[in-house]
Design a binder for this molecule. Structure first.
Ligand code: PMP
Length: 318
């Protein structure tokens, strides 16, 4: 779907997958004016195809677009694009344990000019790719590297938007994590409060059953996190969105007040954190059962094995 400042959104078009042509002066190539989303389609046992809370992804994409001075795609068009892709060939959605079709909506400035200003010509695309199980052979706790040298976002920056630049900035710290034999990187803010991982939110479980997750205007508001926390509330857990410092985390683990730490996002759903590694320490993290129970509950809803009591699923093939 293309957008022009005068005409609004127009000309939705389905094309075979392939390269797209861009003017070398297209604004996205120079100024990174781009936003995207990640969402999955799941096949249920009866063959029907569903997606999960697409209105939330659509609204997040609108918030990201606003921050990047891009036009907002109406929620209806966003959901319609998912339906149209599935209507082309539903067989793209694999069946089987933890299999899904990963959907990648994205929007970028295609107008060609060299001055710095918001573009007047923008394109929205949707591509898709089958996704196998994130963990082969069962969920494994991940190890995370504490990035001390790099920040993911600053105050007033683009941290809350799903935009390519944030991920470009996290590539180097993520490589640092690999060099230290860690799976993921975790970022702190300037006050040494915990923010999030490179591509997942973080949640702490306390001894009294309270779940704490960083609340900050500079982290991505994960839809998995929101859903997992709702499921926890349904079970009677207290949920707090607040600042949590690295000291509170490490002291909480040392004293036994924190009983579990996990990360969550669309790709991996929920994964326990097994180790936190910094330049001069390695903290083993406590393991509990809540993260995996909530993961099971959420995937049961997504795959149609449990009642969708919050009406989170949207059927795409009917
Ligand atoms: N934080 C970041 C930086 C991410 O890239 C993601 C993945 N989209 C998340 C958190 C989790 O968001 P969601 O649960 O909506 O996938």
């Amino acid at each position: 779907i293309c957008w022009s400042v005068r005409g609004g959104w127009h000309r939705p078009r389905v094309s075979p997958y392939g390269p797209i042509s861009l003017d070398p002066a297209a604004a996205v190539l120079h100024y990174g004016q781009e936003v995207f989303e990640g969402i999955k389609a799941y096949r249920h046992a009866d063959g029907s195809i569903h997606t999960f809370r697409p209105d939330q992804n659509a609204r997040r994409m609108q918030r990201s677009a606003r921050r990047l001075a891009l036009p907002e795609l109406p929620v209806l068009y966003f959901v319609q694009s998912l339906r149209e892709l599935i209507a082309l060939d539903g067989d793209w959605v694999p069946s089987g344990e933890d299999q899904s079709l990963y959907l990648r909506p994205f929007m970028f400035a295609k107008e060609a000019f060299l001055g710095v200003r918001p573009a007047h010509k923008v394109a929205y695309y949707l591509i898709a790719s089958p996704a196998g199980a994130y963990f082969k052979g069962g969920v494994q706790p991940v190890s995370i590297w504490l990035s001390e040298d790099y920040a993911r976002a600053g105050r007033g920056g683009t941290g809350a938007a799903k935009t390519g630049g944030n991920y470009a900035a996290s590539l180097l710290p993520q490589s640092e994590a690999y060099e230290h034999e860690c799976d993921q990187v975790v970022f702190l803010d300037e006050k040494r409060n915990v923010e999030e991982l490179g591509g997942m939110n973080i949640v702490f479980v306390y001894k009294d059953g309270t779940l704490v997750t960083p609340e900050s205007p500079s982290i991505l508001e994960g839809i998995t996190r929101d859903s997992i926390l709702q499921l926890a509330r349904d079970r009677g857990h207290t949920v707090q969105g607040r600042a949590i410092s690295l000291d509170e985390w490490r002291e909480g683990v040392a004293s036994g007040d924190i009983t579990e730490v996990f990360a969550c996002g669309t790709a991996a759903v929920v994964t326990p954190i097994g180790t936190l590694k910094g330049s001069d320490f390695i903290d083993q993290q406590p393991t509990g059962s809540l993260a995996l129970e909530l993961r099971q509950e959420l995937t049961d809803i997504q795959y149609g094995r449990a009642e969708d009591r919050h009406n989170w699923l949207v059927r795409l093939d009917a």
